[in-house]
Design a protein around this ligand. Structure first.
Ligand SMILES: Cc1cc2nc3c(=O)[nH]c(=O)nc-3n(C[C@H](O)[C@H](O)[C@H](O)COP(=O)(O)OP(=O)(O)OC[C@H]3O[C@@H](n4cnc5c(N)ncnc54)[C@H](O)[C@@H]3O)c2cc1C
Length: 345
């Protein structure tokens, strides 16, 4: 959707085909955390650009609202990640993303609600937050229509960015992509008598993330790999065991949240690549893919769409070549994230 928006904004005749409505797929069920705390420099830069776009969404979308809230995102990590976090924070600072590193004692002073077991370092990304995934996607779509998106019968270039359905679509041009599909869920909890915690939390030793959802609720979801699923036959409901797994994980870190009450949740799909980094490139003459965003593609989309649009137009995009689909055939897998939290990217 974002690439379509950017192509329309560049004055390129563009049409978008979607099986459902904009954000009708996994995007509409995204936790929509928007952060730039990435270990891959290109992705970190794109995420930074996206955060700027979220901040100026009304200007770029013709007066629409993406529901973006800046809350800060706090990442807590174990002793094996200290050096990696320090080099990542230095790289992010060069890009312009503000990250504050905290020792366990700093963290304990600022967050007395937290049990510090297993934490050797924390990083606070000040400008991160979350958005409304449906409002964001529909905002870009409606703006693209205003900019000239429209029906055409003929195309010389095709971009396939169909998330979990990309692999079977690309097979129609006899190209195999090593993408898999995982079912990922979020548990919804009510703050109940606990004062709401206003920040997003990525607990790497705990294997989960948490984010506020409006003023009464918060979401908790796993940060590690989950079982594979058939994208056309999977359960969109959460089970009591899944909710209890997330409630136990968050309560181990923030004991006062034992008072929070379970309010259900939902599940959708991640299209996952072997290295948990996106798969972007030309797979056949004039046919491009942008998929495999591995559970971290929502916040990248506003700015990544611009780079992908340029690629589709045949322009050289510095830094994007590393994501070409052919990397898996020659074992050029990219690094991502911290330990099993590869979703951090
Ligand atoms: C529970 C959950 C939580 C998440 N949390 C975050 C988060 O906090 N932050 C973040 O950045 N990312 C998050 N993600 C990941 C993020 O939502 C995805 O990476 C992103 O939404 C993928 O967007 P997409 O445009 O590639 O396509 P998708 O949203 O996967 O949609 C694919 C689209 O392809 C269309 N399609 C399928 N087949 C066809 C066809 N034959 N013809 C035409 N159209 C077709 C579908 O209609 C659909 O609209 C989360 C995902 C889930 C499931």
């Amino acid at each position: 959707m974002s690439a379509g928006y950017h192509l329309a904004a560049m004055g390129v005749k563009t049409i978008i085909f979607d099986r459902w409505a904009p954000a009708g797929g996994p995007t509409g069920r995204s936790s929509a955390i928007c952060r730039a705390f990435y270990t891959n420099r290109f992705i970190a830069q794109v995420a930074h650009e996206s955060l700027e776009m979220f901040g100026a969404f009304d200007e770029i979308s013709g007066g629409r609202d993406a529901g973006f809230r800046r809350t800060g995102d706090l990442y807590v990590l174990g002793p094996e990640e200290v050096a990696h976090v320090q080099t990542t924070a230095a790289m992010l600072t060069e890009i312009g993303t503000a990250v504050e590193l905290l020792s366990p004692s700093d963290l304990g002073r600022r967050h007395p609600e937290m049990n510090l077991d297993g934490i050797a370092i924390a990083a606070l990304e000040i400008d991160a937050g979350y958005a409304d995934p449906v409002a964001t996607t529909q905002g870009l779509f409606h703006r693209a229509v205003e900019l000239g998106l429209g029906p055409r019968l003929y195309t010389s270039r095709l971009l396939i960015a169909a998330g979990p359905w990309t692999k079977p679509l690309v097979e129609q041009v006899h190209v195999e992509l090593p993408l898999t599909v995982e079912r990922h869920f979020v548990a919804t909890l009510g703050w109940n008598q606990v004062p709401a915690l206003p920040y997003v939390l990525g607990d790497i030793p705990g294997g989960y993330y948490m984010k506020p959802e409006g003023s009464e609720l918060f979401l908790v979801g796993p940060m590690t790999s989950e079982p594979q699923a058939d994208p056309d036959a999977f359960s969109v409901s959460v089970t009591a065991d899944e909710v209890s797994r997330m409630a136990s994980a968050i309560t181990a870190r923030i004991p006062s949240l034992a008072l929070a009450d379970a309010r259900g949740g939902w599940a959708s799909l991640y299209d996952v690549s072997p290295d948990w980094q996106p798969v972007i490139g030309e797979v056949a003459p004039g046919i491009f893919v942008d998929a495999g965003t591995s559970g971290h593609g929502f916040k990248l989309a506003p700015a990544l769409g611009r780079h992908v649009a340029a690629l589709v137009l045949g322009k050289e995009v510095e830094g994007i070549r590393q994501f070409e689909p052919g990397r898996f055939e020659t074992d050029r897998l990219l690094a991502a994230g911290f330990g099993s939290a590869r979703i951090i990217g």
